[in-house]
Design a binder for this molecule. Structure first.
Ligand code: GLY
Ligand code: MN
Ligand code: MN
Length: 465
């Protein structure tokens, strides 16, 4: 937990930026896996963590903007709770640590909300993603379940996004801790991988390191020889000489801040010449896109720059031809790079994704394109500001079904050499991902250095087995 002044100052800013009404922030509850008392590991809602820092289930809080009152709602422990879970810190003590002096039982929340509603004051709430919170909001506010999402407060979403997007120094330090642990995870996987090993051994290794550091994983690990499957969480394959293995894994610190790194390595000790060419195409895109990062630049343009750089590499590999800018305008690169170049990162690996990509990555005048293949998966497009933390993660993904479908209709064959693409059937995918802070003058790659060039990765693979 940060010092209480951090949370007080965040809430003060929030209160000042909302014109009138009551801000209602729900914490997360426990989620059952297969029966009520066997739950998934508890993870507090990130916005609740941001303003209140308390990681305990079934809390809610209000900030009454008009009366200047802040209350945390939750239940003190019953004797049964103490018998089964031990004496945990009472809620009022937890609240005091983050500068909140008023706590009330959970069942007092309904009355407070009803009073505000009778006074016809707006109740600002965020779009829920946990079903229990969806139901709770519906009951508290007497809004049908199906209307909850659209009734969320755009005013509140925008203020929360404006605050959480700019990372303070202490947040950057915490994110860098997460990235450093993520670097350790990646180095360990690079040192351990060998032909004949199941993917799950590597997945277990990175999870072990995340937990050993006192945190957990920031998201389900992608550790796969099928790197072309963008969010592949299957770990049942055996690594074979000649294949690539894509490791997209990151740590979350005990305070909830994320790291998100990807490296792609040969299962054997060396990249093949084809793999090397493709790898260096992705690496050049990563380096070119990263070098262009600074305040005032639109991430949409960083994305297009990374796409054009990929196309130049694909042309050199014989897979594409024609003018790179034109190819990208037509979306021809999306046969090989179907997603966005990066996203914001912070308390969530895709920071604030629950608040809506339109509000997090776009602006009123830069609307998200939700239909165009490739662009619909771009989570960040707007102008960058100092204090943003984001990822840059270009890749090349050879998806057999997509190749078949495009090839059958000769789609964009003015840019794509379909005969050459055949050599990449079964190639898999390559992604390289770094975490980056936007500074006043440019950018800083977060965390300890982690092998990235072919030579650096092969040097580690040399000592692997
Ligand atoms: N780890 C998921 C992503 O890179 O966005
Ligand atoms: Mn990422
Ligand atoms: Mn990632």
């Amino acid at each position: 937990m940060f010092d209480q002044t951090t949370y007080q100052s965040r809430r003060k800013t929030l209160q000042e930026r909302i014109t009138t009404g009551v801000i209602l922030l729900l914490g997360n509850g426990e989620s059952p896996i297969n029966f009520k008392d066997n739950t998934y590991p508890f993870r507090q809602d990130s916005t609740f963590l941001y303003y209140f820092g308390i990681s305990a289930p079934h809390l809610a809080a209000i900030i009454d903007v008009d009366e200047g009152r802040t209350i945390i709602f939750g239940d003190e422990l019953s004797m049964d709770d103490i018998v089964w879970m031990g004496q945990l810190e009472p809620l009022h003590e937890k609240a005091a640590k983050v500068g909140v002096t008023e706590t009330l039982p959970s069942n007092a929340l309904a009355q407070v909300i009803q009073n505000a509603m009778h006074q016809q004051r707006p109740i600002h709430f965020l779009p829920p993603y946990q079903p229990d919170n969806h139901i709770r909001l519906s009951r508290l506010l007497d809004i049908p379940l199906e209307h909850i999402a659209q009734s969320a407060s755009v005013e509140l979403i925008k203020v929360v996004v404006s605050q959480r997007s700019i990372k303070s120094e202490e947040e950057v330090d915490e994110i860098e801790k997460a990235v450093n642990t993520s670097v350790d995870m990646h180095l360990a996987a690079m040192q351990l991988a060998k032909p004949g090993m199941p993917e799950h051994i590597l997945a277990a290794k990175v999870q072990h390191i995340a937990q050993e550091a006192g945190g957990t994983l920031a998201y389900p690990t992608i550790m796969t020889i099928h790197g072309e499957v963008l969010h592949n969480h299957y770990h049942g394959n055996i690594l074979r000489e000649g294949q690539l293995v894509l490791n997209d894994s990151g740590a979350e610190t005990a305070m909830g801040y994320a790291g998100d790194l990807t490296r792609t390595l040969p299962v054997g000790k060396r990249f093949s010449s084809l793999q090397k060419e493709a790898y260096e195409t992705v690496l050049t895109a990563l380096e070119t896109a990263t070098a262009a990062l600074k305040p005032g630049v639109r991430y949409l343009d960083i994305h297009f720059l990374s796409c054009r750089t990929l196309v130049e590499g694909l042309k050199a590999m014989g897979l594409m031809h024609g003018d790179a800018a034109e190819a990208v305008e037509h979306g021809a690169h999306t046969l090989f790079f179907q997603c966005g170049t990066g996203h914001m990162m912070g308390l969530d690996v895709h920071d604030m994704e629950d608040l809506g990509e339109q509000y997090v990555g776009y602006t009123d005048t830069l609307k998200k394109d939700s239909t165009t293949f490739g662009l619909k998966s771009l989570r960040l497009a707007k102008e960058l500001e100092a204090g943003y933390v984001l990822t840059v993660e270009p890749g090349l993904y050879f998806i057999p079904e997509l190749i078949d479908s495009w090839k059958a209709e000769h789609k964009l064959s003015q840019f794509i050499n379909y005969d050459q693409v055949e050599a990449f059937r079964g190639f898999g995918g390559i992604r390289i991902e770094d975490d980056i802070l936007i500074t006043e003058t440019g950018y800083r790659i977060l965390g300890k250095p982690l092998a990235k060039s072919v030579a650096e990765i092969e040097a580690i693979r040399d000592g692997a087995y």
